[in-house]
Design a protein around this ligand. Structure first.
Ligand SMILES: [Zn+2]
Length: 593
């Protein structure tokens, strides 16, 4: 389809509205051709009107071109964390030193920290805003078990102490999932403030609550811990929103600042730890044989097993001889996550990153329950994602990229992601499981770009990380093999959704969207696919997408920065496209008689 046909089609759609229901300025809802479809628009019925009133006024911080301007600023927060996993109580105990760099032009009188684990308090806003199940209907065994376990278990982050580095206490106030710290004196622009926080919290079991961080217990008593959103970390303070003050309700993800991390993770001696960052004490925690294999994997032709499945089985049978501390360093990351288990097999493979001279180690950690699927496809999928996203955006800037199998179905953090699919107990698997694993790994590794490097606010705009990631995931799957069974990205897969009731425009707050998978993943991925194939053409689209990624790498783009950059770099007015695809629930409606 050509762009002129799209315009004609959009015009026809517009005309139908005009005939059935005369448009009124700033009307929220229009009923179109009877009661079965609700068209929702954010402001204006003219399909081709420019977005002038909708987009924020550009300034020297965020330019009209969509680029960051000369006055652009963002905060930096560095963390030095010591954390211990107590397996007997499944609890994390942490001590952290936080260094806050106030790069804003403003004086700050207090700091806000995020305590995501407080979502699991009984009286959390997340719990109080969740509907209870309908017990007049049948309940699944899983759901009943969950409710019984929740009677016994309560999560939440206990803050033991907040103090200056000289030891004197600082006052703090917890408000649901955030905590305000009173500064001894206002923090001037360009000043740096260092303070300590001691805390602990129980790790939730995956059968008790579906969570982005949890542990899985096997029948033999061994566990896999996937640990994320686990330490008190600064809320972002930004030019657009001031302090981020949207509570963590469990659905919309998070926004954070970039910083450098040193994290010392103490776990039982039999555990193997996978983590954001580079292992700084490999000579203390890895055997000579493991270190040799790791070196070989950098230049190998295929993934090299650092711990074989047989070695993993032998390891988990040992009795832990006390604890061991793994130390990781990570630079310029917006978060930090890790996983720990005595069950892990581990493979690694050096991947030459397109467009740079970097070799990144693609790695996977998995229990034997993941075999043979995981050693066949996980690290291969990580490598493919590294190559594809580097090609379509900017070269991957980090030294490692890790995929871990455990209790979490699919979740991303800088340099590490958690992916759930496993074969049946006898090791066989369906095509659906195989492609499900490859797809989820490509997707979660892809999140390293959106939003881990191109740092959009996930709490606010789900589509900016999920939509952009899903779009390039679709392109990557097309390259993986012909006729890859992609769920999202093809226009034909989204027709039913586009005609369905109860939609919200893509440009809706993350907690307000309905039909989340279609709204924030499939529709933006399909829109960008059409923009690339039909409106701009691949050459202009890819140029603009790379320019957006280059401009906003390690910075914080807003939606308008994306819309403006795509127009600015492609030399094409796309206001009409953003208006209909992102700011309304309009759909094409034509027939030939
Ligand atoms: Zn995602």
């Amino acid at each position: 389809m050509t762009s002129s046909l799209i315009i004609i089609v959009s015009l026809l759609s517009c005309l139908t509205h005009a005939v059935t229901h005369p448009p009124t300025l700033f009307e929220d809802h229009e009923f179109h051709d009877g009661p079965w479809i609700v068209i929702e628009r954010l402001d204006h019925p003219d399909t081709f009107r420019q977005l002038d009133e909708i987009l924020p006024t550009p300034d020297e911080l965020r330019l009209a071109s969509g680029a960051p301007g000369p006055e652009y600023w963002q905060q930096q927060v560095d963390y030095d964390i010591k954390v211990r996993l107590d397996e007997a109580t499944r609890t994390l105990h942490g001590q952290e030193r936080i260094t806050y760099h106030n790069n804003s032009p403003h004086e700050l009188r207090y700091l806000w920290l995020q305590l995501d684990q407080n979502r699991f308090r009984r009286d959390s806003l997340a719990n109080r805003s969740t509907s209870s199940p309908d017990f007049t209907q049948d309940q699944s065994l899983r759901s009943m078990r969950q409710h019984l376990e929740l009677k016994e278990w309560e999560g939440g982050c206990d803050i033991h102490r907040v103090a200056l580095s000289d030891g004197s206490d600082l006052e703090f106030t917890v408000v649901d999932t955030v905590m305000r710290i009173e500064l001894p004196k206002p923090l001037a622009s360009e000043a740096v403030f260092t303070f300590d926080v001691d805390w602990s919290h129980p790790v939730v079991r995956n059968t008790t609550r579906r969570a982005r961080s949890s542990y899985e217990l096997f029948d033999d008593g061994h566990a896999i811990y996937e640990i994320a959103q686990w330490f008190p970390r600064l809320c972002p303070y930004t030019d657009g929103d001031g302090w981020q003050n949207k509570a963590f309700l469990g659905s919309s993800e998070f926004a954070t600042e970039f910083g450098d991390y040193t994290v010392a993770i103490t776990v039982p001696e039999t555990h193997v730890v996978a983590s954001t960052g580079v292992l700084a004490n490999s000579d203390e925690v890895l055997s000579q044989r493991q270190r040799t294999r790791l070196t070989e994997s950098m230049t190998a032709q295929e993934p090299v097993l650092i711990i074989t499945p047989e070695e993993a089985l032998a390891n988990e049978e040992r009795v832990s001889d006390g604890n061991r501390t793994w130390v990781f360093d990570a630079e310029d990351v917006r978060d930090f996550a890790w996983a720990s288990s005595p069950t892990f097999a581990w493979d690694a493979w050096g991947v030459a990153i397109p467009g740079s001279d970097r070799v990144t180690l693609a790695m996977s950690y998995f229990p034997v329950e993941g075999e043979p699927l995981w050693s066949r496809y996980s690290t291969q999928s990580v490598a493919h994602a590294l190559e594809m996203y580097s090609h379509f955006t900017i070269p991957y800037p980090y030294p490692v990229a890790i995929s871990v199998n455990g209790p979490v179905g699919g979740m991303e953090y800088p340099m590490i992601c958690f992916n759930g699919p496993r074969p049946e107990d006898d090791g066989t698997y369906t095509q659906r499981t195989k492609y499900g694993l490859i797809g989820v790994i490509i997707h979660e590794v892809g999140h390293n770009w959106f939003p881990m490097i191109i740092n959009s606010d996930e709490r606010q705009w789900t589509w900016m990380d999920e939509g952009l990631t899903t779009f390039i995931q679709y392109l990557a799957q097309e390259v993986w093999e012909d006729d890859y069974p992609s769920r999202r990205g093809e226009p034909q897969n989204i027709v039913r959704y586009m005609m369905s009731e109860n939609q919200r425009p893509i440009m809706s707050h993350g907690e307000s969207i309905i039909q989340r998978g279609n709204n924030a993943y499939a529709k933006p991925a399909t829109a960008l696919n059409i923009l690339r194939e039909t409106v701009l053409g691949r050459e202009q689209f890819d140029y603009a997408m790379r320019e957006f990624s280059r401009r906003w790498a390690f910075k914080r783009p807003e939606p308008a920065d994306f819309f403006r950059t795509m127009e600015d770099a492609s030399g094409t007015d796309l206001d009409w496209f953003w208006r209909s695809w992102f700011y309304s629930t309009d759909h094409v409606d034509v027939s030939v008689e």
